[in-house]
Design a protein around this ligand. Structure first.
Ligand code: SAM
Length: 190
């Protein structure tokens, strides 16, 4: 545990997560977990399509204040436009869906490409635009489960599990793994 997590995504330029279809009245918790997984598992940007939700942003900022590693945050974007611009500027789109190709078959190609990656996750029904305009439609198994689980597994495969062993260099608290209890080392913010 001596390197900063932010060194992970640089080999890809950028890894961003685009969350579609957030309904502030219903999805606060799930969308917050998508954002927290994006941050904790090595993505360096989180983008909320269609709306802004202060509670999602403040949860992300709160976690980062203690544990470091604030990622880029955007909200209220037009999803179609965001995808088009991402592709036009040389990036690739990875849409996570139970209808896609197996993660194991795709991950080698995705990992070896240096292109910035936009990982798209839905909430309810995802428009066909995303199926048609993604470079990869990727299934994390063919059962319906959760955008949180799908994203976590995808990022873990992308970073080959290394993201679990890193901490952020600007953290003010760092966990010292222990068999029982909670050991936390406090640090001055750099
Ligand atoms: N029928 C949806 C689908 O297309 O995957 C499941 C909706 S699920 C509530 C919300 C999101 O979770 C999906 O848009 C997708 O991003 C993700 N998801 C759920 N199950 C998945 C799976 N088996 N593989 C990949 N992504 C999945």
């Amino acid at each position: 545990m001596s390197e900063g997590l932010e060194s992970l995504p640089r080999q890809y330029g950028r890894v961003y997560v685009l969350r579609l279809g957030h309904r502030p009245a219903r999805d606060k918790r799930v969308t917050t977990h998508v954002a927290l997984v994006a941050r904790a598992f090595g993505a360096n940007g989180f983008v909320l399509e269609g709306v802004c939700d202060d509670s999602v942003y403040s949860s992300l900022a709160k976690a980062s204040k203690t544990w470091g590693g604030m990622i880029s945050y955007e909200c209220g974007v037009d999803g179609h436009e965001y995808v088009k611009v991402w592709k036009a500027s040389g990036g690739e789109i990875i849409h996570l869906t139970m209808y896609g190709l197996p993660l194991d078959d795709v991950i080698g190609k995705v990992s070896s490409s240096p292109k910035p990656k936009l990982v798209v996750v839905g909430s309810q029904k995802v428009e066909s635009f995303y199926y048609m305009n993604s470079d990869y439609n990727v299934a994390v198994g063919w059962q319906p489960h959760s955008e949180v689980a799908a994203l976590a597994l995808f990022l873990d495969r992308l970073f080959k599990g290394r993201e679990l062993y890193y901490y952020y260099s600007d953290a003010t608290a760092i966990i010292m793994p222990s068999e029982r209890g909670k050991r936390v080392e406090r640090r001055e913010r750099k």
